[in-house]
Every structure is written in C-alpha cells, then in structure tokens.
Design a protein around this ligand. Structure first.
Ligand SMILES: *[C@@H]1O[C@H](CO)[C@@H](O)[C@H](O)[C@H]1NC(C)=O
Ligand SMILES: *[C@@H]1O[C@H](CO)[C@@H](O)[C@H](O)[C@H]1NC(C)=O
Ligand SMILES: *[C@@H]1O[C@H](CO)[C@@H](O)[C@H](O)[C@H]1NC(C)=O
Ligand SMILES: [Zn+2]
Length: 536
C-alpha cells in the first residue's frame, strides 16, 4: 500500500513539474500518427506499469553461481543517447533494446591514463586487460609511449587479456567483430602494440620502426599465444593478412609489404592441432560443418565489414550479419568442453557516428541488439553470463522538444532564435558541419537530404570525423552473478568482475590434478608454435 502511495506522489510531481516545458509547445515536420496509447492518459496505466516493474525487481532471484561461459558484447561508441534514439528506431519511446531487459546495470568511467576522452585502444586494454593505459596503446601498460618502437619488445609492460586468462583455465575462446579483426577493440584481446594503427608490417615501417623486430597486429593474431588458441575468429580486414601484390577472393589488394600470407600461415599452423577452416563469405559460414571444424577463421571483407543498411540495400549476399557470426561463434564454442569466453563487437556503430551517419549508427545498434537477443536465446542464463557495454561515448545528441512518436530522423520546428527547423539528432562536431552552416547562416536540415540513410547529421564544429565523448557508458549484465556489475566504476574493473565470476585469471582456482595431466602436452604444443615463430 505504501508503495502505491509513493508511486502516485512521484507521478503527480512529474505531471506538475512538466508544466515548465509547456510554453515550448513542440511540433515536428514528420511524425507517425496515433502513437499515443489512450491508456497512457490514465493514472492507472502508469501505476500498473510501474508496479509490474517493481514486482520484477522485488522478485529478482540472485544467481550466485560461477559462470561456465561468458559472452562479452561491446557496442563501439554506443552512448546513452545512441541507445535511447535506437528505441525510436525500433518503433517508440517505450521500446527496449534486447539488453535493456537485462536485470543489472552499471556505469563505466572511460578516461585513459593520458586522455580525458578515450579511444578504442586504451579502452580495450581496460575492459579486456584490466588496466588503464595511454591513448592508442593496446595490451601494454602506460609506461609505453605511443608509437614507441621498443615499447612492445619489453614484455614487463605487457598486460594479459581476459581471453588469455580464460585459455589458461582451459576455456575455449573466440573473437567476433564487424570491423577489421585487427582493429583496436578485438586487438585488446590478443595484441601488444604501442600504436593501434600497426595492423600490418607496412604501418610499422611508416612509423619508422623495424617490422622484423616489431610484430604488427595481424602477425600477433596468427602467432601470439592468445591468437593461436582462439577457436573462432570472425570479422573483416583480409588486407592486413596478405601482401600488397596479392589479391584476395574479392579482387582487393593486400596491404602487407613483407610478402607473407598470414591466412595461409594461420591455416598451416592450426591444422597441426585440429581441423582448421578458413572462410570468406556467408555461404561458407552457412554451410560450415561444425562437428568437423576445430578452428575457424572467417574474414568477410578486405576492410571493415559493410554497414547492414548497405548489405540490405545492395543485396550483398556474401556478407554475414553480426547475428550470423554470433550464432556461428557460439556453435563453435558450445561444442568445447569446460566452457568458453567469447568477445563480440558491434564495431560499425562507432564508424557510422564518426561520419555523422546517425541513421546507420542506429541501424547498427539495432543489429547489435538483435545479435545479443540471439545469444541470450542460444545460451542458458543459469550458466552463461552476458555482459554488454560500450568502450566510450560519442558527441551525439538527442534534442528537444519533438512530440511523442516523432520521426527520430526528422527535424523539430523551429528555433526561437533563427526560426529554422533543426534536426532532433545532431553532433557537437564532424563532417555534417558542411551543410549545417552556409555563409555563416544555419541551414534548414530538411532542405539538404535528411531522408538519405547517409545524411550527415548537423554538427557544430567542422571535423573530418566526429569525436568520441567523455561521459560514462552503461554496462548491462545477465546471468551468473550479474548483480556484481551494479554501481559506478572505472572501466578496467569490468574484466576483473568477469574473471571473478568465472574464477579465472587472478581468481583462478588451484589447478586440479586431472587438468595438470594435459598441461605438458598443451605447453609442448605452445612451445612448438613459439619455436616455429622464432625460426620463421
Ligand atoms: C565458485 O568457484 C569457487 C572457486 O572455485 C568455489 O569455491 C565455489 O564453491 C564456486 N561456487 C559455486 C556456487 O559453485
Ligand atoms: C610484397 O609487396 C611489396 C610492396 O608492394 C613488394 O615490393 C614485394 O615484392 C611483395 N613481395 C612478394 C613476395 O610478392
Ligand atoms: C554434430 O554432432 C552432434 C552431437 O554429436 C549431432 O547431434 C549432430 O547431428 C551432428 N551434426 C552433423 C551435421 O553431423
Ligand atoms: Zn571511434
């Protein structure tokens, strides 16, 4: 009863408090009709709605088990405003993305050791390796100066990723991304570089470093112990694996200058351990013989994978979706004994924001949400922890005051100063600036092609690409000990919490004698790999 009264008082406060906005009577150019459910005009509707939610909160049962499996989903650049705007893309303010149904949430603080606003390199070191480091540095602590050739040769400053912790506890591991597989976020799982751009040997040379001494990220994926153990690797970025004079399956040139074909090296090396399959298109993924594949490498583009909107619009049948890759990776890992750790990135949310492509970014966020829904369906909440977070925010804004149900991609009428409509979505900086102002005057966004999926939303400051944002990002968790993710913490706490829940890394249980028996074999195989690398 007391709860009922409190809810009603709170509601009343909101209703009167809202009067403040009434003189800004909003109206928009485009909106869907009849969006307001008439029930919403009653007190009962909202009280019931809130009570249902409260009932779920009160009845939550703590899952205090250890996690057998963990799937970490990373929405690159998936800020709070991105999530909120995507609800409109799904059909209304009241909609939820799949992971918004997760029972526990927290906040992650994303700054890096030398940067107020983070990039995807220092953040992947934080959320996968458990330490904050410098901007553009991956898998090394902040003693590493950016682009210092010698930094990564000093293994005292190397950090270990949670994927490695999982491997050491005999868990199967894998990585999936819609970007190049050598891009900063997945690289946090396996690479140690002082410059995230060193995705191939040529980039190392361009920084004035010796590529014979300084291994690039693609090489590290193929030769390093982390990468050597991955059972599944799916993403884009073939070009970093083959020589510039060589063409890939889709007739694109490679980027390497050292003559290596790292795809062939991967295949040869992994074949020594089990059946290894390299694939480059969706049809091969669809027809994969899972029972007969122990190691899977799928590189589906020469560069980043395509935006889902382009795939749909252009009928790009060779391109798997993030959900396709998620499903494949889970199937690959589920057949392993003893559990797994899987890292999955929706990387194009960030890429689209950088070009102020708000429509594409929200579509990629929806794709990300769909992949998480599928993963939750394919796994059991009792033994599989799913953690969803972002690495950093973007300078992406969801402005007032459109009417309820307004087209999220439309404009609000009108500014009380220059009397022109303005887009609901906009950016503090980025290429959209070009048609935001002309001759010092603001442009009506409706007159410059807002319906185009690749419309670059207005930006206040001109930049080739928009910047990331400095505020916190959300963490959503479901499954064993998901409640541990509640609160506000530094981003590098995330892998420690996951490790605690899986009892790996710093929280690994003592080795049992049964698993000790297989260790010598394991070590022998690893040494063979390392020796192989040394004599290459
Ligand atoms: C979780 O793992 C720890 C360490 O191995 C163990 O002591 C504990 O009993 C486990 N908890 C459950 C609920 O199985
Ligand atoms: C690899 O590419 C570089 C740069 O284009 C070229 O100079 C070299 O000859 C190529 N190596 C091989 C083995 O084809
Ligand atoms: C793969 O193995 C599983 C378990 O042994 C079996 O149920 C399934 O039918 C097999 N699938 C194929 C395609 O052989
Ligand atoms: Zn970015």
């Amino acid at each position: 009863m007391i709860r009922n009264i409190l809810v009603i008082i709170l509601l009343a406060g909101c209703i009167f408090g809202d009067e403040y906005h009434s003189h800004h009577k909003p109206s928009t150019v485009k909106k869907s009709s009849n969006v307001i459910n008439e029930q919403e005009r009653t007190t009962k509707y909202w009280v019931n709605q809130a009570q249902d939610t409260l009932k779920k909160i009160v009845n939550k049962k703590l899952n205090t088990k250890n996690a057998t499996n963990i799937i970490m989903f990373l929405g690159d650049g998936m800020s709070f405003s991105t999530v909120a705007a995507t609800r409109m893309y799904l059909g209304g303010e009241e909609k939820k993305l799949s992971f918004e149904e997760f029972e526990y949430t927290g906040f992650s603080k994303t700054y890096c050791v030398d940067a107020q606003v983070a990039d995807s390199a220092c953040t992947s070191t934080a959320y996968l390796n458990g330490i904050k480091t410098n901007y553009e540095v991956i898998g090394l602590n902040a003693k590493a100066t950016v682009a210092d050739c010698d930094a990564q040769l000093d293994d005292k400053i190397w950090t270990e990723s949670i994927l490695r912790w999982a491997q050491k506890s005999h868990k199967a591991t894998g990585i999936v991304t819609t970007t190049r597989i050598t891009h900063a976020s997945p690289a946090g799982g396996y690479a140690h570089v002082s410059e995230r751009d060193w995705e191939n040997d040529h980039e190392v040379s361009l920084s004035g470093c010796d590529p014979n001494k300084v291994d690039d990220i693609a090489e590290q994926l193929v030769y390093n112990v982390e990468g050597a153990n991955f059972k599944v690797i799916l993403g884009g970025g073939r070009a970093n694996f083959i020589n510039q004079t060589e063409k890939d399956e889709e007739n694109n040139n490679g980027k390497r200058h050292d003559g290596k074909n790292l795809i062939n090296v991967w295949k040869n090396e992994r074949s020594k351990l089990g059946k290894a399959e390299y694939i480059w298109n969706k049809q091969q993924l669809d027809s994969l013989d899972y029972n007969n594949t122990e190691y899977l490498l799928g590189l589906f583009e020469h560069d980043h994978m395509r935006y889902n909107m382009d795939v749909k619009a252009q009928g790009l049948v060779l391109e798997p979706s993030l959900s396709d890759m998620t499903s494949a990776a889970i199937k690959m890992l589920q057949k392993e004994d003893g559990g797994y750790f899987l890292f999955i990135e929706g990387g194009m949310i960030d890429q689209a924001h950088h070009y102020n492509y708000a429509q594409i970014s929200l579509d990629e966020t929806k794709e990300f949400s769909d992949a998480i829904a599928l993963a939750r369906k394919m796994t059991n909440e009792e033994d599989t922890l799913i953690v969803v977070t972002a690495d950093h925010s973007h300078v992406f804004t969801y402005s007032g005051y459109p009417e309820r149900g307004s087209n999220i991609f439309g404009a609000v009428e009108v500014s009380d100063i220059d009397e022109l409509p303005y887009a609901t979505l906009s950016y503090a900086n980025g290429p959209g600036f070009a048609h935001t102002f002309v001759d010092g005057k603001r442009v009506d966004p409706n007159t410059v092609g807002m319906d185009d999926p690749k419309f670059q939303y207005p930006a206040t400051v001109p930049r080739e690409k928009d910047t990331h944002g400095g505020e916190d990002v959300a963490v959503y968790a479901s499954g064993p000990m998901a409640h541990l993710f509640s609160g506000n913490y530094e981003q590098n706490t995330i892998p420690l919490i996951m490790a605690y829940i899986m009892k790996i890394g710093p929280y690994a249980a003592e080795e049992k004698s049964a698993s000790c028996a297989i260790m010598p074999v394991f070590m022998l195989l690893l040494s063979m790999l390392i020796i192989n690398k040394l004599i290459k």
